[in-house]
Design a protein around this ligand. Structure first.
Ligand code: NAD
Length: 261
């Protein structure tokens, strides 16, 4: 299947590692032109050079701390001015601090709100005029399976992702029929974030990260963690013209982890 992404303009935030990196790489492999950002200019520059070398991709790489409204504005303006439009946007940021309700202060809630909800609002607002210039614009917001089944010990993520899916559904109505807006919900995809969560839980339980992972895997029908590329293929499809009739959906890439209908 041709996803129709050749020469199209894709933007990925928090792209230096993990899911963002995999999604940026998958866009490049499909022949898209890219604007990517992360907090560290060096890290995102390293990825840009790799994508240029391996796929001949055209890449704009910029530092952008997603807690900084002005930086978000600058990044999207630069992307729009460079390419004249944005066809596909993958919103993504680092995960919020882990912890249960009793461990979280107002400052923790504020920080997570800025990073995991307000950054999406700001990115979408800044991207909107450039998305409008595309003939088939699409947004994919990165959320989590916690939108269906809250995850123990990740209270901030559980609450704030719910805001992003509600925003996704709202915009799938408000921005229709011009801009498609969907969300993707990773289960346990093997990234540094998940490895760190497993290490933290092992310390709390006096266990090992391997034993913690095995306990998670018992609940995953496919019997393993996913790979970032497996998430990326679905995200890139949703953001492509090939998914032209998919709007307002939350697609789970979780190996069957969420057992709910
Ligand atoms: P990761 O920690 O491997 O990568 C996160 C990326 O975000 C890094 O590139 C990091 O530099 C960047 N980042 C962190 N803070 C930032 C900031 N203030 N501004 C800009 N960039 C920032 O995480 P990941 O596994 O790739 O996850 C990405 C997102 O998806 C996170 O929000 C995570 O909670 C969520 N998620 C991941 C999984 C999974 O299985 N990996 C599951 C559910 C949800």
């Amino acid at each position: 299947m041709d996803l129709g992404l050749k020469g199209r303009v894709a933007v990925v935030t928090a792209a230096s590692q993990g899911l963002g990196r995999a999604v940026a790489t998958a866009f490049a492999a499909e022949g898209a032109r890219l604007a990517i950002s992360s907090r560290s200019e060096a890290a995102v520059g390293e990825l840009a050079r790799k994508l240029e070398r391996e796929y001949g991709a055209e890449v704009l790489a910029m530092a952008c701390d997603l807690r900084d409204a002005a930086a978000i504005e600058r990044f999207f303006r630069a992307a729009g001015e460079r390419y004249g439009r944005i066809d596909a946007l993958f919103t993504n940021a680092g995960g919020p601090q882990p912890g249960g309700f009793d461990e979280l202060s107002d400052a923790d809630w504020q920080a997570a709100f800025e990073l995991n909800l307000l950054s999406v609002v700001r990115s979408l607002r800044a991207a909107r005029p450039w998305l409008e210039k595309s003939d088939a614009p699409a947004v994919v917001n990165d959320v989590s399976t916690s939108v269906k089944q809250p995850i123990e010990g990740l209270t901030l993520s559980n609450v704030l992702r719910a805001g992003v899916v509600t925003l996704t559904k709202s915009l799938s109505l408000e921005w229709a029929p011009r801009i498609r807006v969907n969300a993707i919900a990773p289960g346990r995809i093997a990234t540094e974030r998940v490895a760190q969560l497993d290490r933290d839980r092992a310390v709390r339980l006096g266990s090992t990260p391997e034993a913690v992972a095995a306990e998670h895997i018992r609940n995953i029908p496919l019997g393993r963690y996913g790979q970032p590329e497996e998430l990326a293929r679905v995200a890139v499809f949703l953001a492509s013209p090939a998914a032209s009739y998919v709007n307002g959906q939350f697609v789970f890439v979780d190996g069957g982890l969420v057992h709910a209908l």
